[in-house]
Write a protein that binds this ligand. Structure first.
Ligand code: G3P
Length: 218
């Protein structure tokens, strides 16, 4: 399972990159606004840190022609840019055109398996179903992931299921059990994955007992 982080916070990206676990970065207009940085500059910076791993940068226009122009500009920011488009008629038209020309496209704001099917037909590299925003409405977001994985298993789409709007470690575990290809998580959730109280308790006991031996390895 690939781990992406859903942030434009450069210091967090650098820190997580050093763990050796980072497979990519995703952003959206809200994340860019939160960063307070210039969109093009911050994407360029993230692209350099990530090197050959994918960085999703989202088109903000809603019509096909302007979306294509935005995509063209975003692609100049690095060799690892994935173009993010919304799941609309124009978004999927742009997805098809870009994908046919060898550009990786991440189709975002997916809330149904039928939408995911359309993105697959449009040649998307990633489909981003939003699990947390489903949960917000009292609907289990993981059912959507299972449905999309089932549908994709029946066909030969080039599309990876990228679980988005993931808000806690349980989203990650459930996605992994279903077999989703990728998950994008906030930095906080990334660090939560490492944590378990029994790990801390065990470590404390080992430290204490080791100190009593008076020995040192080095
Ligand atoms: O990038 C899309 C998605 O991850 C947003 O998450 O928490 O704002 O629903 P959230």
């Amino acid at each position: 399972m690939k781990f992406f982080v859903d942030t434009a916070d450069i210091s967090e990206i650098k820190k997580i990159n050093e763990t050796g676990m980072l497979d990519g970065v995703t952003t959206n207009p809200s994340i860019i606004a939160k960063s307070g940085k210039n969109f093009l500059e911050v994407i360029k910076e993230i692209s350099t840190i990530l090197d050959d791993r994918p960085v999703s940068a989202e088109c903000v226009s809603l019509d096909y022609n302007t979306m294509m122009k935005e995509a063209e500009k975003l692609l100049t920011l690095g060799n690892n840019i994935t173009i993010k488009v919304p799941l609309t008629v124009d978004g999927l038209k742009a997805c098809k055109e870009l994908s046919d020309n060898g550009v990786d496209v991440n189709v975002t704001l997916c809330f149904s398996a039928n939408q995911a099917l359309l993105a697959g037909k449009a040649g998307a590299r990633y489909i981003s179903p939003f699990v947390g925003r489903h949960d917000d409405w009292g609907i289990d977001g993981m059912d959507l992931i299972a449905d999309i994985c089932n549908v994709y298993d029946n066909y030969d789409f080039p599309t990876e299921v990228l679980v988005a709007s993931a808000r806690h470690p349980q989203h990650l575990l459930s996605s992994a059990k279903i077999g989703a290809d990728v998950i994008t998580i906030p930095p906080k959730v990334f660090y939560q994955l490492y944590q378990h109280p029994y790990t801390d308790l065990g470590l404390n006991a080992f430290e204490k007992d080791w100190a009593e031996t008076g020995q040192s390895i080095l």
